[in-house]
Ligand binder design. Structure first.
Ligand SMILES: NC(=O)c1ccc[n+]([C@@H]2O[C@H](COP(=O)([O-])OP(=O)(O)OC[C@H]3O[C@@H](n4cnc5c(N)ncnc54)[C@H](OP(=O)(O)O)[C@@H]3O)[C@@H](O)[C@H]2O)c1
Length: 430
């Protein structure tokens, strides 16, 4: 038995340095909660010559071997980000009998099931609360408080950048390009915004949530994904006229033993709780057979909220170490069929630019009807600018239809002489 719980940190960056600061500031409180002081041991960096706040020079190392060989390190906190070498270092730490806490959604989404098995095989824990929803407690409630439920649906806003941008587009009536530039200037969007705006980040996170909520293994590449870069100020204005807002929604559903999982810009009725989640906030709504719907909302990123989740995992493991509690055995993940987008059922919003001629709407309605898709509403917007003079924009909403039926009808609609362009086609919720 040691008289401290030893922690080594991989990556004292934006989040890692906040974790170092919080560990120092809260040391007395954490020692009281755990029953033993927490001790920061080694800190892995790329450049050991750079001084780091709160870290002594002799703690810094550029070699993972120094962390693995340190017998006093019981918990490794991985905050480097990216897939490699983070995944390898996590695996090596687990095999060396060290517990691991990580905020790395990419590694957990791509390799979580295998790493959890390695952890179980080596009698240690792998916790990753900070990988989804920053400071919002989601993973722990799913793996503990909601355990008695069969969770059947997860609907979430889990990317702060895109939620900030869509909120700003809605409030300012501005187009995507202008708002992206503003978000980059304010530091809410990266210089290369692809991972956020094209929905990759959210697809990693919803894949992680599928593992927890349904105990099924979904690869990020299996998530039906559509980003927000094609959303226009017009779509947002039309959505407003339909009583909705547009959010980048991550959704996963268990349907007849199969999984439907997507990240798509989606129209949500203004009365829905998720429609009111604005700016950089995140929210995760879960549906369980016993509890019904529960919604978790809060800051999805940033050093403070992310540190809150990272240290919650560290303290949880530290309490187990002190109490000499063995980790619970891993429950093997199920592998179920992930439905392709053609099989997803949803209500849809369609924006179609047509020549302003009689009979166009009837032809479009017939194509939809032939595919067994019924129209719920139609609004016609006449063109106001010269470039599109003589055309009109039809905004249709349709009742629940399969992706395949809709794509079939749209292929026919695109071929019509009187159809100038089929614009955005977006699912609707609520
Ligand atoms: N930022 C957020 O709000 C947020 C929210 C939730 C989750 N997360 C997750 O938290 C993790 C960390 O994010 P961050 O924003 O703190 O990243 P960051 O500021 O880029 O920090 C990364 C740190 O890792 C170190 N590092 C990177 N590659 C390394 C390597 N090959 N060997 C040794 N050290 C290496 C860097 O060392 P040097 O200092 O020497 O370059 C740096 O200290 C990521 O997984 C991220 O997805 C972040």
């Amino acid at each position: 038995m040691t008289d401290t719980v030893g922690i080594s940190l991989l990556g004292p960056g934006n989040i890692g340095s906040a974790v170092v600061g919080a560990l120092a500031r809260g040391s007395d409180r954490y020692a009281a909660r755990v029953g033993r002081p927490l001790e920061l041991r080694r800190v892995l960096v790329r450049d050991a010559s750079k001084p780091r706040d709160g870290v002594r020079a002799d703690q810094l190392t550029t070699r993972i071997e120094d962390v693995l060989a340190d017998a006093g390190t019981q918990i490794v906190v991985e905050l480097m980000g990216g897939e490699e070498p983070a995944r390898t270092y996590i695996e090596q730490s687990l095999r060396a009998g060290k517990h691991v806490v990580t905020a790395n959604k990419e590694v957990i989404a791509k390799a979580g099931a295998a790493l959890l098995q390695i952890a179980a095989d080596h009698g240690v824990r792998l916790l990753y609360e900070a990988s989804v929803g920053g400071g919002i407690p989601v993973i722990a409630p799913l793996s503990r408080d909601l355990l008695a439920n069969e969770v059947t649906a997860v609907t979430a806003i889990i990317n702060g950048t895109t939620n900030y941008m869509l909120t700003a587009m809605t409030q300012q009536g501005a187009d995507y390009g202008a708002i992206l530039a503003e978000a980059q200037r304010l530091g809410y969007a990266e210089p290369d915004p692809t991972a956020d705006v094209e929905g990759f980040d959210a697809s990693y996170k919803i894949a992680v949530l599928c593992g927890l909520a349904f105990n099924v293994d979904v690869a990020p590449g299996e998530v039906t994904r559509q980003g927000i870069s094609g959303i226009t100020a017009r779509d947002i204005a039309y959505a407003g006229q339909l009583g909705s807002v547009i959010k980048l929604l991550a959704r996963a559903r268990l349907v007849d033993g199969e999984v439907e999982v997507s990240v798509q810009p989606t129209l949500i009725g203004r009365g829905e709780p998720l429609a009111k989640v604005d700016g950089v906030l995140n929210a995760v709504q879960l549906e369980g057979d016993l509890v019904g719907r529960v919604l978790f909302e809060g800051p999805g990123a940033g050093p403070g909220p992310t540190t809150s989740s990272v240290l919650a995992d560290v303290l949880d493991i530290a309490q187990d170490i002190v109490a000499e509690r063995a980790p619970r055995p891993a429950v093997p993940r199920r592998r179920v069929r992930v439905r392709p987008p053609e099989e997803h059922m949803a209500r849809y919003y369609l924006r179609i630019r047509v020549l302003d001629q009689p009979g166009v709407l009837a032809r479009i309605a017939k194509s939809l009807g032939d595919a067994q898709i019924s129209i719920a509403s139609v609004i016609q917007f006449d063109s106001e600018d010269q470039a599109t003079e003589g055309t009109a924009e039809l905004v249709l909403t349709v009742h629940r239809a399969s992706g395949a039926a809709l794509q079939g009808a749209l292929a026919e609609i695109r071929r019509m002489d009187s159809v100038v362009e089929v614009g955005n086609v977006l699912p609707m919720e609520g």
